[in-house]
Write a protein that binds this ligand. Structure first.
Ligand code: NAD
Length: 484
C-alpha cells in the first residue's frame, strides 16, 4: 500500500516557507522505513532570512518591549492550542520518532505544560536591590540576550523545542530554531500554532534542514546573541566552538550514563518498575536514561533474577501498536546499538536477558530488543559509554563509598537515582554524586518541567527547564543611581 506523503514547511518571519532552493528532505517513519512527509531542506540563505527576521523582531518590532504579561498570555494561548490539537500532535510525534503513541502523547502534554509554565512565569522575573554606599541606589535587571539560535535533537522534538522556546520567548528573546532532520514535524506544527496564538512575525523561526548545512549555518551565524544545543558531544564541540568564535554564550546538553543506585534496604517493588521504565522509555534514546543500575552485592542475584523476568517480557514494535518499546530512530542508531551488543559478546559480558520484537513488525523498521547485561565489569564499554538504546548495565558494589565512586566514574554527570530506606544515607549519596539532578526513591528520565536540568562534567553546562532557564536565557544588568 502506498503511504500518503504530507508536505510541511519551515516557519520564517511569520509565514510558512519553502527553502530558497526548493530542496526537500524526506521524513521516514522508523516503524516501517516508509517516507510519509517532507520538509524544506533549508540552507545558509534560509537561515540568513530567519536571522534577519528575528533580529528585526527583537530590535525594531519590540518583542522584548512587549509587556511581559502579554508575552506570557501568548505563550499560555499556545499551550491551550497544543492541548486542543493533542490527538493530531501526539500521532505526529509518535510516527515521526517511532515512539509508542502514549509516549508521543506524554511529550505533547509536556510541551503544552512548558508553554503554560513559562507563560505564567514571564511576568515574575525580578531583579534585586543591592546594598551599596549611602547616596546610591543599585539594582539588577534581567534582560533578554537578543536573537537566540537553538539546535534541537530528534529524540524528544516537542519537549526540547518547548523547553527552549518557552523560556527564551518568555524572557523577550527572539528565536531561530533548527530541529533535527530525523524528526521535526511537531516542531514546525507547533511553531505554526504559535502564529495562531498571536506570536508576532519573526519572533520564532523554524528552519528545517540538515545538521551540517542549516545547523552549521545557524550556529556560526555572526548575528546571534546566544546559542543552545542538545545532542551529541561531537556536535556540542562544534556549537561551542562557533559560540566562542562569535563571543556569545551557549548552553550544551550532551547526554549521560546515568546511574541508579539500589541499596539492599530499598523497596524493590517500588524501585524495579521505575528502573525498567528509565531505560526503555523512548527506546533508551533519552539523554537522562537510567542506563547503569548499581546494585548492592548482597542483593545482586535477587535483582538480576527479577530483571531477567521483566526484560524477557518486553516487546518492541510499531509506534501505533503502543507496545513496551518502539523502534530506534534510524538505521545508524540501530547499527550503533548492535555494535555495543557485538562488543559485549566479544568481551564476554554476560547477557542476563533480552526482550523480543513483535513478529509482525515491518522488516524495514529499526527494531532492537531491550537487553540487560550483568554483572558488567567497570572497564567494559557498556559501563562507561552512552549507548542511546534500550540497554541496561547492572554493576555490583560493596558499600556506600564504592557506590559513589562507581556512580561518579564516567565522563558524564546528568541524572542519578538513589534507592534506600535510610534517609541519612540517601542525603549523603545525593550530595556526593556529581549529577545535575538526583532523585531519591524515584527517577525522572526526561521529565520535570519545573526542575532545573543540565549536566556536570561532559554532560554539558548551563541549565534549562524550571525558573532557572529564565536566568539562562537572560543577561544581568546592574544600574546604579546616585541620589545624593
Ligand atoms: P546530533 O548531535 O548529530 O544531532 C542533534 C542535532 O544537531 C540535529 O538537529 C542535527 O541536525 C544537528 N547537527 C548535526 N551536525 C551539526 C553541525 N555540524 N552543526 C550544527 N548542528 C548540527 O546527534 P545524532 O547524530 O542524531 O545522534 C548521534 C548520537 O548523539 C546519538 O547516538 C546519541 O548518543 C547522541 N544524542 C544525544 C542526545 C541528547 O539528548 N543528549 C540527543 C540526540 C543524540
Amino acid at each position: 500500500m502506498q503511504t500518503h506523503i504530507t508536505h510541511y514547511e519551515a516557519v520564517i518571519d511569520g509565514k510558512l516557507a519553502a527553502s530558497v532552493t526548493g530542496g526537500r528532505i524526506e521524513m521516514v517513519c522508523p516503524s516501517d522505513g516508509q517516507i510519509f512527509a517532507t520538509v524544506p531542506r533549508c540552507d545558509a540563505a534560509d537561515v540568513g532570512r530567519a536571522v534577519v527576521a528575528a533580529r528585526r523582531a527583537f530590535d525594531k518590532d519590540g518583542w522584548p518591549a512587549t509587556p511581559s504579561v502579554e508575552r506570557g498570555r501568548i505563550l499560555s494561548r499556545l499551550s491551550s492550542l497544543i492541548r486542543e490539537n493533542e490527538d493530531e500532535l501526539a500521532a505526529l510525534e509518535s510516527r515521526d520518532t517511532g515512539k509508542p503513541l502514549r509516549q508521543g502523547r506524554a511529550d505533547i502534554v509536556a510541551a503544552a505544560r512548558y508553554f503554560e509554565f513559562y507563560g505564567g512565569a514571564a511576568d515574575k522575573v525580578t531583579g534585586e536591590t543591592l546594598p551599596v554606599q549611602t547616596g546610591f541606589l543599585a539594582m539588577t535587571l534581567r534582560e533578554p540576550h537578543g536573537v537566540v539560535g537553538s539546535v534541537v535533537p530528534w529524540n524528544y522534538p516537542a519537549q526540547i523545542m518547548a523547553r527552549v522556546a518557552g523560556a527564551a520567548l518568555a524572557m523577550g528573546n527572539t528565536l531561530v530554531m533548527k530541529p533535527a532532520e530525523d524528526a521535526c514535524l511537531s516542531v514546525v506544527r507547533i511553531a505554526e500554532l504559535a502564529l495562531e496564538a498571536g506570536l508576532p512575525a519573526g519572533v520564532w523561526n523554524v528552519v528545517t534542514g540538515l545538521g551540517e548545512e542549516a545547523g552549521a549555518a545557524l550556529s556560526n551565524h555572526p548575528e546571534l546573541d546566544f546559542l543552545t544545543f542538545t545532542g551529541s558531544p561531537e556536535v556540542g564541540t562544534l556549537i561551542q566552538t562557533a559560540a566562542a568564535k562569535n563571543h556569545i554564550g551557549c548552553t550544551l546538553e550532551l547526554g549521560g550514563k546515568s546511574p541508579q543506585i539500589l541499596f539492599a534496604d530499598a523497596d524493590l517493588e517500588a524501585a524495579l518498575p521505575v528502573v525498567l521504565n528509565a531505560i526503555i522509555q523512548n527506546c533508551g534514546q533519552t539523554c537522562s536514561a537510567g542506563s547503569r543500575l548499581l546494585v548492592e552485592a548482597s542483593h545482586l542475584d535477587t535483582v538480576m533474577e527479577r530483571l531477567r523476568q521483566s526484560f524477557r517480557a518486553l516487546v518492541s514494535g510499531p509506534h501505533d501498536r503502543d507496545l513496551d518499546l518502539g523502534p530506534l530512530i534510524n538505521a545508524a542508531q540501530a547499527r550503533r546499538v548492535a555494535d555495543f551488543a557485538e562488543d559485549a559478546a566479544k568481551a564476554g559480558v554476560p547477557l542476563i536477558a533480552e526482550g523480543t520484537v513483535a513478529p509482525d513488525s515491518s522488516q524495514h523498521g529499526f527494531y532492537v530488543p531491550a537487553r540487560v547485561y550483568g554483572p558488567v565489569p567497570l572497564d567494559a564499554r557498556l559501563a562507561r559509554e552512552e549507548v542511546f538504546g534500550p540497554v541496561l548495565a547492572v554493576i555490583p558494589f560493596r558499600d556506600e563509598a564504592e557506590a559513589v565512586q562507581i556512580a561518579n566514574g564516567t565522563e558524564y554527570g546528568l541524572v542519578a537515582g538513589v534507592w534506600t530506606r535510610d534517609s541519612a544515607r540517601a542525603m549523603r549519596v545525593a550530595r556526593a554524586v556529581r549529577s545535575g539532578q538526583v532523585f531519591v526513591n524515584g527517577y525522572g528520565a526526561g521529565g520535570g518541567v519545573e526542575l532545573p536540568f543540565g549536566g556536570f562534567k561532559k554532560s554539558g553546562h548551563g541549565r534549562e527547564k524550571g525558573f532557572e532557564a529564565l536566568r539562562e536565557f537572560s543577561a544581568l544588568k546592574t544600574i546604579v543611581v546616585s541620589h545624593g
